[in-house]
Design a protein around this ligand. Structure first.
Ligand SMILES: [Zn+2]
Ligand SMILES: [Zn+2]
Length: 120
């Protein structure tokens, strides 16, 4: 194994970010993790920060349901608004007054999931 940058030097470590072999002068330790000096330092630092923050999957789940809740809420209100506004085509009114409340019910359900995730 030779250093990725210096083909005449032996590699002593592997960067945890890009996986390249590194010689001693190319190696730097960023809070316990090996990184390319000056190349991957920032990325490894960021990676450590994300891991330390903890529960990343739970948080992204929460965000996804919060997003769904907001979208169905907006969609439901728009449908109801259209139902009130549209006075000529009866079929569209009926569709809006059926799909609107269903969308709002889904929004409420998604919001309950978010609350449950927050409480843990
Ligand atoms: Zn690297
Ligand atoms: Zn090197």
């Amino acid at each position: 194994m030779k250093c990725y940058t210096h083909s005449d030097r032996d590699g002593v470590a592997i960067c945890q970010h890009c996986g390249k072999a590194l010689c001693q002068p190319c190696t730097i330790e960023v809070s316990g993790k090996i990184s390319c000096r000056g190349v991957c330092e920032k990325e490894v630092e960021l990676l450590n920060f994300i891991i330390k923050k903890g529960k990343p999957s739970l948080q992204s789940n929460e965000m996804a349901f919060l997003y769904l809740s907001a979208m169905t809420l907006i969609g439901g209100l728009l449908l109801l608004g259209l139902g009130f506004y549209e006075k000529h085509i009866q079929n569209i009114r009926i569709l809006c007054f059926v799909a609107g409340p269903i969308s709002l019910i889904f929004s409420f359900y998604f919001y309950k999931v978010v609350k449950k995730l927050r409480e843990g």
